[in-house]
Design a binder for this molecule. Structure first.
Ligand code: NAD
Length: 351
């Protein structure tokens, strides 16, 4: 199949492959859509099994960023970059500076931020070669957007519980959190504070223990988290966790979590709907981090940022209500809503 016809390509404006001999950089920058503004998105470093899987990942992530920023009412387009390599073994200051040069070659069309496998320190190295980076400004967590992402997911869980179970409180409800890293850790804290019973797992024993000690998380094995009896399943580790193999095993009635690209394919959204599981679209509910980055960039007050993140609740309510009345999948409705916002902006520019 031609790359232009692939589901993940989805009309990308620009895809650039970067290679720099001396540092060993091999990277891809994908700019999906810039109708609303420059394409802001994380720079991920991961030891991809093949160049094809790196390309597929960057395209899917970049497309998700377009929808995420549009639904969050941000003046950003959608883009993403990936560096092919193991962040624990292959990362050097030269590599990150070379990535900075690669980002600079896009002329500001793409703005890089931190993502899995990259840190604020890496973005700082990139900033030696380009001004087109974000996330170096400060917030109350020293620049880390993860607590904001976790807060948005928490609000989404509350909204979905109200919608599906008619409950205003999370007290006594069971939430299974997969991945207790940056976002999962804060999310389990917000849930515990709200009185939920939090069950969690992580392949990293240190991260699991931290959540057990700090937030009273009940440990569950990584193999059984999906099949754990719970009201809500919150994926906060990996993409493509909702697929033909896992969906039949799910025992939660609601899925709402931070991980990007949770649905392996669009058909998996239908599989969830057929099973009566309420799926909260990832690109809608995990926008707290990019909203945080925006407020860092414009230097606004913490209260303004919180109010902006709280809008995730209203947008989700709107999507869930429309999906019910049209009997369509929630991710289809959320994508339509995002496209309407983008098309309206594009028409306004053309007029
Ligand atoms: P992170 O790397 O800090 O945490 C991920 C955690 O998942 C790690 O502790 C890791 O050990 C664990 N993990 C990996 N594989 C696992 C498995 N099979 N089972 C259980 N645990 C596993 O990442 P993060 O910043 O917390 O982000 C979590 C997810 O949310 C990622 O998919 C990320 O792309 C997405 N996301 C993050 C943000 C943000 O602000 N950090 C914003 C939007 C989306």
């Amino acid at each position: 199949m031609s790359i232009f016809d692939a589901e993940s390509f989805d009309g990308h404006e620009l895809v650039t492959f970067g290679r720099e001999q001396k540092s060993g950089l091999r990277a891809i920058i994908a700019v999906h859509n810039t109708a609303l503004g420059p394409a802001v998105g994380g720079c991920r470093m991961y030891p991809y099994a093949s160049d094809e899987s790196a390309l597929d990942d960057v395209l899917r992530l970049s497309r998700g960023m377009t929808y995420k920023s549009a639904l969050a009412g941000l003046p950003f387009g959608g883009g993403k970059s990936v560096i092919i390599g193991d962040p624990r073994k292959d990362k050097t200051p030269e590599l990150m500076r070379a990535m900075g040069e690669f980002v600079h070659s896009q002329g500001g069309r793409y703005v890089a931020a931190e993502d899995s496998g990259t840190s604020v320190a890496d973005i700082r190295l990139m900033s030696e070669r380009t001004p087109h980076v974000s996330g170096l400004q400060q917030n109350e967590f020293g620049g880390d957007p993860s607590p904001s992402t976790a807060w948005g997911v928490f609000l989404a869980i509350r909204t979905a519980v109200r919608h599906r179970l008619g409950e205003d409180s999370l007290r006594g409800l069971r939430v299974a959190v997969q991945g207790l890293g940056n976002v999962g850790y804060y999310l389990s804290g917000y849930l515990a504070e709200a009185g939920a019973v939090v069950l969690g797992c992580d392949i990293d024993p240190g991260n699991l223990q931290r959540a057990v000690d700090q937030h009273g998380v009940i440990p569950v094995s990584t193999d059984s988290i999906l099949a754990t009896a719970a009201d809500v399943f919150a994926p906060c580790a990996l993409g493509a966790v909702l697929n033909a193999r896992t969906i039949p095993t799910l025992r939660a009635g609601i899925v709402a979590g931070a991980a990007n690209n949770q649905l392996a394919t669009a058909t998996d959204g239908e599989r969830l709907q057929e099973r009566g599981i309420l799926y909260c679209p990832d690109f809608l509910v995990n926008a707290g981090g990019i909203i945080d980055v925006h407020h860092q960039r414009i230097g606004s007050q913490a209260g303004d940022k919180r109010a902006h993140i709280a809008r995730i609740e209203q947008t989700l309510q709107q999507v869930l209500a429309r999906a019910d009345s049209l009997r369509l999948c929630t991710h289809v409705i959320a994508e339509q809503l995002a496209r309407d916002i983008i098309d309206t902006a594009a028409r306004a520019v053309a007029a």
